[in-house]
Design a protein around this ligand. Sequence first.
Ligand code: AMP
Length: 218
Amino acid sequence: MRLILLGPPGAGKGTQATRLAKRFNLLHLSTGDMLRAAVTARSPIGLKVKNVMERGDLVSDDIVIDIISERIDEPDAANGFILDGFPRTVAQAEALSDLLDEKGLTLDCVIAIAVEDEALIERITGRYSCVKCGAGYHDVYHNPVVEGVCDTCDGTEFKRRADDNVETVKSRLLAYHGQTVPLIDHYTLRKLLTTVDGMANIDHITEEIAGVMAEISG
Ligand code: AMP
């Protein structure tokens, strides 16, 4: 199964993709994670995109399309994947469609996670994660049970994303409304889109998306 999770920054795409990939044995592909890894590794791509990401702008279509094109050819993508943060422009959606066509593959569905803008800034600026295992937390909604100790792996170091500050979040929301929202019409026209309420409880959202996926996989 191949699907896209679409939604603004802070909608919970990463959280849901992680859970659903595990449950359905799919690969979770996040272009944001891949680009952050490139920045940390100071690779040529990382050096190129670092400032763009810090500003909260989108990196060029060519770069992310190349990354995705290579990654979905890897053996661990054969059983299917959940795309998180890609595509983000109509050009990327068209490139994805061409890539899948070339390989004789299809896109099964697109899930849009809808969240009001007002909720997003608080959600994003409060989030942090465990350095060791990546488990996600939030200053207001979800701190570790024992202060300073990760619930999952007992790690004691936590980090925040460089672009999770108020200024950058505003740019990221502008990019989302200007460049990504047109994908909602794009995939509605292709009868691939299902919208879920991203203001609901996290477990409820997981079950709702899992229900759509179960129906598709028959
Ligand atoms: P994310 O982790 O999905 O919020 O992405 C973090 C940042 O990475 C974005 O603000 C963009 O600068 C960049 N990025 C991630 N995915 C894409 C994409 N598909 N197209 C362009 N830029 C992207």
